[in-house]
Design a protein around this ligand. Structure first.
Ligand SMILES: C=CC1=C(C)c2cc3[nH]c(cc4nc(cc5[nH]c(cc1n2)c(C)c5CCC(=O)O)C(CCC(=O)O)=C4C)c(C)c3C=C
Ligand SMILES: [Fe+2]
Ligand SMILES: [Fe+2]
Length: 338
């Protein structure tokens, strides 16, 4: 029998420093997230970051936590339930960090008689820190614990029309009645080094403003290209002119050079340039989470108003939007009928 495994990032068990610490430990000790040799990574994460960040992050989580739990988890559960209602094969949900684990998700499917799994990492754009780490861990788990199960991973879906059309329709709906001056596409950032490491040609990605719009084999695994391409496709579908939109990268952590331009400086710069009505959309996430609800919905919103902006609209992620659920159902049915 065939089955589906949906995988997202994961959240701490509760918004307390005590529960945020092990979550950050597992997350940041992943060599595809902080891609340093083990000794250096352990020094940076266990010796420095874990001393102060859990408390600061817990405070941020407390601001966005829902009575039912972490928004990322609750929304992922809603997505899981809706997809399951629309397909006739078992669907399980797993998280890369924390619970429910990928191993538990595969076990759940196996218990239902599944031998052939389509795993869908819930990230529209490929990144070493997201899609790749899920693929690698799932392959290790299969090899070690479930050698009789066949697993196929669904690639990043940034250019599938079901996704871009669902995103465009959702943005359109959320912009209704809002006569915005500018719309910012804010993607989660990654260090520039991650882009170079994923460059299969070893020479294409220069982060020079040209490479991502020049056709290359590198783009299959270029996060920056896939983000900029997401913006291009969606703005084209919505007819948003060039001068009314831009893209930026949020959530920088650590001393490395991250993708440019940063969202915080971009939002501040737009306000200082006289933009009064700003909409922000976050297409690197398919479920609202700390990065969208707090960093954009609260922090960026506040900074924009402080600098003379008048109206700020955070466009929700796709969450359990029907067109998005139907997009996943279409991909599942296509795979199922192969
Ligand atoms: C080196 C650090 C990080 C990289 C690289 C990174 C890439 C990356 N992350 C997401 C999606 C999410 N990240 C989230 C939270 C989060 N991310 C980092 C660090 C890196 N992310 C940290 C330390 C945290 C935890 C919160 C904090 O302390 O700031 C989340 C939210 C999770 C939640 O529980 O709500 C998501 C989702 C992507 C897509 C990405 C690369 C493309
Ligand atoms: Fe992150
Ligand atoms: Fe590029």
């Amino acid at each position: 029998m065939k089955g589906i495994l949906l995988v997202n990032l994961g959240s701490p068990k509760s918004p307390t420093a005590k529960d945020v610490k092990p979550y950050l430990d597992e997350f940041l000790m992943d060599k595809r997230v902080i891609d340093m040799p083990y000794i250096l990574r352990a020094f940076l994460v266990k010796g420095i970051i874990l001393n102060t960040r859990p408390k600061k992050s817990a405070e941020a989580y407390q601001k966005i936590w829902w009575p039912e739990g972490s928004p990322l988890i609750v929304i992922s559960q809603r997505q899981h339930k809706k997809v399951q209602e629309k397909v006739d094969i078992p669907v399980a949900l797993a998280m890369r960090y924390g619970e429910p684990s990928i191993k538990t998700g595969i076990q759940e499917l196996k218990n239902k008689g599944v031998k052939d799994i389509l795993m869908i990492p819930l990230y529209p754009q490929f990144a070493m820190a997201t899609t790749e780490t899920i693929d690698v861990l799932a392959a290790e788990i299969i090899k070690k614990h479930f050698p009789d199960i066949n697993l196929t991973s669904f690639p990043a879906f940034y250019k599938r029309k079901e996704y871009t059309e669902a995103l465009a329709a959702s943005i359109k709906g959320h912009l209704e009645g809002f006569d915005y001056d500018h719309i910012l596409f804010s993607y989660h950032g990654v260090p520039e080094r991650h882009i170079r490491k994923s460059d299969v040609t070893k020479s294409h990605c220069k982060m020079d403003g040209q490479c991502c719009s020049t056709a290359s084999k590198a783009h299959e695994f270029c996060y920056r290209h896939q983000c900029l391409e997401t913006t291009r496709q969606v703005t084209e579908l919505l007819g948003i002119p060039q001068e009314k939109h831009s893209s930026s990268f949020q959530s920088r952590l650590g001393p490395d050079k991250w993708l440019q331009p940063p969202t915080d400086a971009t939002v501040n710069g737009l306000a200082e340039k006289g933009i009064k009505k700003l909409a922000v959309v976050t297409p690197a996430f398919v479920a609202d989470c700390l990065e969208t609800l707090e960093e954009i919905g609260m922090e960026a919103h506040h900074e924009f108003l402080q600098r003379g902006g008048e109206e700020f609209r955070t466009i929700p992620c796709l969450n359990d939007d029907e067109m998005w659920i139907d997009a996943m159902v279409t991909w599942i049915n296509e795979w199922k009928s192969k």
